[in-house]
Design a protein around this ligand. Structure first.
Ligand SMILES: C[S@@+](CC[C@H](N)C(=O)[O-])C[C@H]1O[C@@H](n2cnc3c(N)ncnc32)[C@H](O)[C@@H]1O
Length: 286
């Protein structure tokens, strides 16, 4: 793994590091740039302006350049027709990946974001970057949005998914996507923050064999539910409203075969982190 380039480090992460007005400050910063007319229509230049804000003004909880590159390289290889991200924040990963999906010949990028103000920031920057016809920003809790998009027929299959939202929901949302047959053999998943802060239940799930998942499905009971324990722990760690989330338990599809590996990298602040890349390679008959 290459060394982290300290000259590109984001500003330090403060105790309160989002939802304190900085997301709207970012919009003023970007639209106030003297070269705004050159930025317009160019996703890479919008990303550079966001990075500049996060380096010189305030920290932003973006995936950042290093981990972002892992996913854009995967996009060029997989060439997804449809890509979905869970957790859009101010649109950094959305701009970076939607640009890559469009360049790879894809059709649609869905950014699912729960917070309506953050969602409005994403839409504004997506429009500025000229990606308005390609990206659909969906406001609401991921599980509710996934179900609705599936029922409407707007989302028929997920070729690639980036998971970067409420950590305990990675596993439950993946299982929902399996149950709805949105994730099937051929789907590829990229999960952020599997080192910092970490996501043991998700990693265990995507690294389990079909036999192990079938057994876990049989054994699961409310009292011993490790997902509930993880959600409880997460709620105690983060005293903010990111944690006020009811997890929806889906059956999933334990018959799906995954090949999963961790790619080590860095947060944009330089803190070590990793992205778990998971490929669904087949399905065992039940
Ligand atoms: C780490 S940020 C996402 C960063 C973004 N992917 C990027 O790299 O530019 C996490 C985001 O997930 C959103 N979020 C949390 N729980 C969610 C849920 N259940 N559904 C949709 N969005 C959620 C938060 O509001 C926050 O904006």
């Amino acid at each position: 793994m290459a060394e982290f380039d300290q000259s590109k480090a984001y500003a330090e992460q403060e105790e309160v590091f989002f939802d304190d007005g900085r997301e709207l400050e970012l919009l003023h910063f970007v639209y106030g740039k003297p070269d705004i007319e050159e930025i317009r229509g160019n996703p890479q230049k919008v990303l550079a302006a966001i990075d500049e804000f996060a380096r010189t003004k305030k920290y932003l909880m973006n995936v950042g350049e290093d981990k972002g590159k892992i996913v854009t390289e995967l996009i060029s290889e997989v060439k997804p027709e449809t890509m979905v991200e869970l957790g859009g924040y101010i649109g950094y990963s959305c701009l970076l990946y939607a640009d890559a999906v469009r360049k790879a010949g894809g059709k649609r990028y869905f950014s699912l974001e729960r917070d309506p103000v953050f969602g409005a920031v994403i839409s504004s920057l997506v429009d500025l970057a000229g990606l308005g016809d390609f990206v659909k920003v969906i406001i609401g809790s991921s599980a509710v949005s996934i179900k609705r998009l599936h029922t409407e027929g707007t989302l028929k299959h997920i070729d690639m998914m980036f998971l970067d939202h409420y950590k305990p929901a990675y596993k439950t949302d993946l299982k929902l996507c399996e149950e709805l047959k949105l994730v099937t053999p051929g789907s590829v998943l990229a999960a952020d923050n599997v080192i910092k802060p970490g996501n043991p239940p998700y990693l265990e799930y995507v690294r389990s064999s079909v036999a192990e998942k079938r057994k876990a499905a049989e054994d699961s009971s409310d009292e011993s539910n490790p997902d509930a324990r993880f959600a409880d722990r997460t709620a105690k760690q983060y005293a903010n409203r990111q944690t006020e989330e009811k997890l929806q338990q889906s059956r999933g599809n334990p018959n799906l075969i995954y090949e999963s590996k961790l790619i080590n990298s860095y947060e944009p602040s330089g803190v070590p982190d990793g992205v778990e890349i998971t490929r669904c390679t087949g399905e065992e008959s039940s």
